[in-house]
Design a protein. Structure first.
Length: 199
C-alpha cells in the first residue's frame, strides 16, 4: 500500500465514532453513479442523516485542480477523496462519493483511510462499455474509440472491477430510482440507515 499524502491524527476507539459512513460509488463514465447517488442522498437526509456529496468531477475543479489523468494523478485524486471522506465519516456524516476510481489498489487505500473511522460501503455500478457509450451525449466514447482521446477508462485504459463490493447495481434496463432503492435497502440491512417509518 502506498504511503498516504496526509498524516493521520491520533486513532480513535470504536466508542469515539459518531455513526458516520462512506458510500463509494464506482463504475465507468456514464454508468449512472452520480444519478443514483443523487437519488440516495435525499432519502438519507429524510431519515435524519447529515449527507455530504463528493463527486469526482466536481472535486477535480477544487481539491484536485491541476491533476491530469495519468495513473499517478488518478491515484492522487482518489486518495484525496478518500481522505476527505474519512474526515466527514469521523464526525458522523454520511458521505456519498461518486467517482470512476478505476484502480482497485486506489479504492483499497481509500477504504483503509475511511475504515479508521467508520464503515466503507463500496457500490459497484455495473454497466457495459457499450451501454455507457450509448448514453454518452458528449461523444467522448466515440472519440476514444476513434483514437482521438487517449487513456479513456474502459476503452484504452483499464477499469478494474471491484472483487468484493458490498453492493452491486446493474443499471441496464433499470431506472435510477430502482437502483437507489436497492442501495437504501442494503444500508438498512447493514444497520447504517434507520428503516423508513410509514406515515
Amino acid at each position: 500500500m502506498s504511503q498516504h499524502i496526509y498524516a493521520h491524527e491520533h486513532p480513535e476507539s470504536e466508542s469515539d465514532r459518531g455513526g458516520g459512513f462512506t458510500l463509494w460509488f464506482t463504475g465507468l463514465s456514464g454508468s449512472g453513479k452520480t444519478t443514483i447517488a443523487h437519488h440516495v442522498g435525499p432519502e438519507l437526509d429524510r431519515r435524519g442523516l447529515v449527507v455530504e456529496y463528493l463527486d469526482g468531477d466536481t472535486v477535480r475543479t477544487h481539491l484536485s485542480r491541476g491533476l491530469g489523468f495519468s495513473k499517478e494523478d488518478r491515484d492522487a485524486h482518489i486518495e484525496r477523496l478518500g481522505w476527505v471522506a474519512s474526515r466527514v465519516t469521523r464526525h458522523g456524516g454520511a458521505v456519498i462519493v461518486a467517482a470512476i476510481s478505476p484502480y482497485e489498489q486506489a479504492r483499497a487505500n481509500a477504504r483503509a483511510l475511511v475504515e479508521e473511522h467508520g464503515p466503507f460501503v463500496e457500490v459497484y455500478v455495473r454497466t457495459s462499455v457499450e451501454e455507457c457509450a450509448r448514453r454518452d451525449v458528449n461523444g467522448l466514447y466515440a472519440k476514444a474509440f476513434a483514437g482521438e482521446i487517449k487513456g479513456f477508462t474502459g476503452v484504452d485504459d483499464p477499469y478494474e472491477e471491484p472483487p468484493a463490493p458490498e453492493i452491486v447495481v446493474d443499471t441496464e434496463g433499470v431506472e435510477p430510482e430502482e437502483s437507489a432503492a436497492a442501495v437504501i435497502a442494503k444500508l438498512e440491512e447493514m444497520g447504517l440507515v434507520p428503516a423508513k417509518v410509514a406515515a
